[in-house]
Write a protein that binds this ligand. Structure first.
Ligand SMILES: [Zn+2]
Length: 189
């Protein structure tokens, strides 16, 4: 059986939220351009996207964030969003000015386009770099585990290369063209 969400990955000893850097540097204080000022990182922050911001989910998950989407969780109204954010320790990302003002730690986004919203996030201190390997399901935000060499590979997956499987919905993932597209978009911000 698979380990729970926050157990160390048996294959390499890293936790699923780990960004994979094993060089001993502090994650946010090693002078890298994009990371040096980041106040919000996948290691420290869990996120909650309001109903308007679902388009950001796959970007944030590829960056390693535990990024829950309100509609996936069946909630839409402000009170339920604030409750979920508080209960799960999630930082709320929202387009709603009043809701942002009333929710501690919330980040308010104003732009209509995804790329511009990503730029807003970076300006707000959110570290946006593709993770070394998938840690969150792009479809449902569940934790993922590596599919071992002896395990069955689903027919829709490539025949070779590392694969991961969502522990919640079973979807398989690999670092394919979508991953590359996201990386390219993030690099262009
Ligand atoms: Zn999933």
């Amino acid at each position: 059986m698979s380990p729970p969400d926050d157990d160390p990955d048996r294959s390499d000893g890293r936790s699923p939220g780990d960004d994979g850097r094993d060089d001993g540097h502090a994650p946010s204080d090693d002078g890298r351009d994009a990371g040096s000022e980041a106040a919000i990182t996948p290691e420290r922050d869990r996120l909650l996207l309001d109903a308007m911001l679902g388009g950001l989910a796959s970007y944030l998950r590829i960056c390693g964030y535990d990024a829950a989407y309100a509609l996936d969780r069946g909630i839409e109204d402000d009170g339920a969003l604030r409750t979920l954010a508080a209960e799960e320790g999630r930082r709320l990302l929202t387009r709603d000015r009043d809701l942002a003002a009333r929710t501690p730690g919330a980040v308010r986004l104003t732009e209509p386009e995804v790329v511009d919203r990503l730029r807003e996030l970076r300006e707000a201190g959110v570290r946006l770099e593709p993770a070394d390997r998938p840690s969150r399901c792009g479809a449902c935000n569940g934790p993922v585990e590596r599919i071992g060499p002896g395990d069955d590979r689903p027919g829709y997956a490539p025949d070779e290369g590392p694969l991961w499987r969502c522990l919640d919905c079973g979807q398989a993932f690999w670092k394919g063209s979508h991953w590359d597209d996201v990386a390219e978009t993030l690099a262009s911000l």
